[in-house]
Write a protein that binds this ligand. Structure first.
Ligand code: PLP
Length: 422
């Protein structure tokens, strides 16, 4: 293993460490902390309380809801504050699928045998409700669909992607199974966490709606980085997570159009339109609104610079390591996302070695806590497991300087050499 290239501080970091793992999480800005603080100290009341202090908190919650919705092209009433992307995805996928299943059963479209009988029996009846997702969804969506399959006998269709992780729209159309009217939901992410590919969600929504099916979009990686117009695109439900754009972790929202059938997953006091019971996190909602606003304002000014620095980094890596290959869509990708494979080394060894050289990055699937699994998106893109294992992801929200790029590329070259890549 190589020597650290700079001295370590007491906290274990070096002065020159470069954080290139923004897709995992982002720091919280001082402005966001300052905006949140009063709602934990002075204006701490429960927004449901009728006294004046409660009203002050309720007004702050309303203002946050309005600003947050406007920045995502939604209406204030669409916003359901949650504890983050995972909860939002679970609520959307399970909540909409179960509400639609109930209606289909009432209308006799799907089998009445679903509950209390074996799934084999309902499968044999050919009338299982269906859920359609892409083959590259985050586990918060993919595992929610698997849960519906396991406990309610849903038929889960995973629509394939091409070698750049772009969804196959013809396969999506076929998956809708229009004639049977049994498709409960389509769920496709806006931007992929592992390889940064942006999906054509407007086309996805058009296909879903033509079949009379609601569409959920996981916009966790995209929010604050690319423009989102939920209502204009016709999206029925959209998930976002605050810590990807600068709030503390554990904050997010599901935006749901009023007419979308959806069952709550939490029972309780009926907050958030009855869809997410529990006393609201007023400080958190304020933080979400400010952080999203800041991110969008930053991108308005710096998106072109960010994209240009991403492309310089990509080219420099490809020039420095002949074995390296870019993964994901070369053009239609997140502005601060560069992902590669380095056949001949493992991504895990590479990122551990890069860490010793002051470069903090990831192999791709950040949310697979403590497990170093083969990035599933790369497998769905058709890569052999031995190649997919060599994935490395460099993600950033601020444009990289030429010096940042030189340091990163030089560290990657040295790590590859140290790991025996010739
Ligand atoms: N969806 C996507 C695409 C993600 O990348 C992530 C996290 O990385 C999540 C959902 C889960 O979000 P959270 O960490 O807020 O639970």
């Amino acid at each position: 293993m190589s020597e650290p290239e700079s001295e370590r501080n007491d906290d274990g970091r070096t002065d020159g460490e470069l954080y290139l793992d923004a897709a995992s999480t982002e720091p919280v800005s001082r402005d966001v902390i300052d905006a949140m603080l009063p709602f934990m100290t002075d204006a701490y009341a429960n927004p449901a309380s009728v006294h004046r202090a409660g009203k002050t908190a309720a007004q702050a919650l309303d203002a946050a809801r309005r600003s947050f919705a406007a920045n995502l092209g939604a209406r204030p009433d669409d916003v359901i504050f949650t504890s983050g992307g995972t909860e939002s995805d679970n609520l959307a996928v399970k909540g909409i699928a179960l509400a639609r299943m109930e209606r289909m059963r009432r209308d006799g479209v799907v089998s009445d045998l679903l509950l209390g009988t074996s799934h084999a029996e309902s499968a044999a009846s050919g009338r299982r409700p269906r859920i359609v997702i892409s083959a590259v969804e985050h586990p918060a969506v993919a595992e929610s669909a698997a849960w519906l399959e396991r406990f309610f006998g849903f038929d889960v269709v995973r629509v394939p992607v091409d070698d750049a992780a772009r969804i196959d729209l013809d396969a999506l159309k076929r998956a809708m199974d229009v004639a049977s009217e049994r498709t409960a939901l389509v769920s496709v992410m806006l931007a992929n966490n592992e390889v940064g590919t942006i999906q054509p969600v407007e086309d996805v929504v058009r296909i879903a709606h033509a079949a009379g099916v609601p569409a959920h979009v996981d916009a966790v990686q995209a929010a604050g980085q690319v423009p989102i117009r939920m209502r204009e695109w016709g999206v029925d439900a959209l998930s976002v997570s605050g810590h990807k754009f600068g709030t503390p972790k554990g904050l997010g929202a599901l935006l749901v159009r009023g007419s979308t059938p959806i069952e709550p997953l939490l029972s309780g006091g009926g907050q958030e339109r009855g869809l997410r019971s529990g006393t609201q996190n007023v400080a958190g909602a304020v933080g979400l609104a400010i952080a999203l606003d800041e991110s969008i304002a930053f991108m308005r000014e710096h998106a072109a610079e960010l994209v240009a620095s991403r492309d310089r980094l990509i080219q420099a890596v490809l020039d420095a390591v002949p074995q390296a290959r870019l993964t994901g869509d070369p053009r239609n990708r997140l502005p601060g996302h560069a992902s590669f494979i380095f056949p001949g080394v493992t991504g895990e060894a590479l990122l551990v070695d890069l860490d010793t050289r002051g470069i903090e990055c990831s192999s791709g699937s950040a949310c697979a806590v403590g497990r170093h699994e083969i990035p599933p998106t790369l497998l769905a893109m058709g890569l052999e497991p031995s190649i997919a294992k060599s994935a490395l992801r460099l993600t950033f929200r601020r444009p990289l300087s030429d010096d940042d790029i030189d340091r990163t590329v030089s560290a990657i070259r040295r790590s590859c050499t140290a790991l025996g890549l010739r």
